[in-house]
Design a protein around this ligand. Structure first.
Ligand code: AHM
Ligand code: MG
Length: 330
């Protein structure tokens, strides 16, 4: 059996055809290395006394886990050597970290080093999310890029298999990390999201806070074949956006983290630059859709590094239906 191609071969072939900036290869490979190291630290956490809290509160006002800190340091340590990387924007750091005065063609890396970290201590899937844009000047405003200008977006999922899933703007590709060699190999070429689905994901404990369009949508799903949808729906909630998006890229579905009465002042829960935007690019590249309910996520002009936005993403038929419910309620 021929082995699936490695991440390096995949990237260099694209660069050879003029479809990819060769300088991106180094950065994507550094991200892959960081994710491999984080995967190992997660696997060994119990032996290295790395479960539990770090004792610090991060910029989001959340308790940092020890592994949040380790993952953040690992990303920074490995990626900051990348020759064309000018700045890092991390969920765990208040400000952008500038590594050099940017020159034309330099990159900016946004990342959430460990997404879904409430899952760590219960040994469930977590992930790292990343997004790469070009940057030309070292100003505050220069790191506020709308998602549509991303050069690359992706995530690592630390599940039963460590996988790296990414897009460089022409489809979505999944690479599994081979045990032993540590190579990422293309096991999931061309991941696509079917337009139709009967599976939704939302934290239903927040029902009392939801706006009318979200309640209407979920009520209709719960009514199943007896209701207006005339079919039964299944529900999942993993509390890890990476795991939700991975499931949707694998078998379809829709994921919602809407703004509601309890989080509206902050704009929602999920962060635009290093959670919503990269996931929106992946989902669109796989044939799905991603919106706040009102606006395409990739068209939002960020106002701050840690801005939060409502997120509805996945199979197009469901996302379109939900957007329609939002329009009707305006
Ligand atoms: P985190 O980056 O602090 O881990 O938070 C983001 C996570 C997402 O992965 C997930 O979709 C959501 O928060 C879960 O929220 P909830 O606590 O409502 O289940
Ligand atoms: Mg997160």
């Amino acid at each position: 059996m021929t082995q699936p191609m490695t991440l390096r071969r995949f990237l260099t072939r694209r660069a050879g055809r003029g479809e990819l900036d060769p300088n991106l290869i180094f950065l994507i490979e550094d991200i892959a290395s960081a994710c491999r190291v984080i995967g190992n630290r997660l696997r060994n956490a119990a032996f290295e006394d790395n479960h539990g809290l770090a004792g610090e509160i991060n910029v989001q006002g959340e308790d940092q886990k020890k592994l949040d800190v380790i993952a953040d340091e690992t990303f920074a340590r490995i990626c900051e050597n990348s020759p064309r990387l000018a700045a890092l924007v991390s969920e765990e750091k208040e400000e952008a970290v500038w590594l050099k005065e940017p020159e034309a063609g330099d990159f900016l890396l946004y990342y959430d080093p460990l997404d879904g970290s409430s899952n760590i201590d219960v040994n469930l899937s977590v992930g790292s999310i990343f997004s790469i844009c070009t940057v030309a000047a070292a100003g505050e405003r220069d790191v506020m890029k709308p998602g549509r200008v991303q050069e690359c977006a992706g995530y690592a999922i630390y599940g039963p298999t460590l996988m790296l899933v990414l897009t460089v703007g022409d489809g979505v590709f999944g690479f599994s990390c081979e045990y032993g060699t540590g190579d990422f190999r293309l096991t999931h070429p061309d991941m696509t999201i079917p337009a139709k689905t009967s599976e939704f994901a939302i934290n239903a404990s927040r029902y009392r806070f939801w706006d009318q369009p979200v309640r209407r949508y979920v009520d209709e799903c719960l009514a199943g074949r007896a209701g207006t949808r005339a079919r039964d729906f299944n529900m999942r909630w993993t509390a890890s956006m990476v795991a939700e998006v991975h499931r949707i890229l694998t078998r379809g579905g829709v994921f919602l983290y809407p703004a509601d009465e309890a989080n509206r002042a902050e704009g929602g829960k999920l962060r635009l630059l290093y959670e919503a935007s990269p996931m929106a690019m992946l989902v669109e590249q796989a044939g799905g859709a991603a919106t706040t309910g009102q606006t395409r996520i990739l068209d939002i002009q960020p106002q701050s590094h840690h801005q939060r936005v409502p997120v509805i993403l996945g199979s197009t038929q469901e996302v379109t239906r939900l957007s329609g419910y939002h329009r009707e309620a305006e």
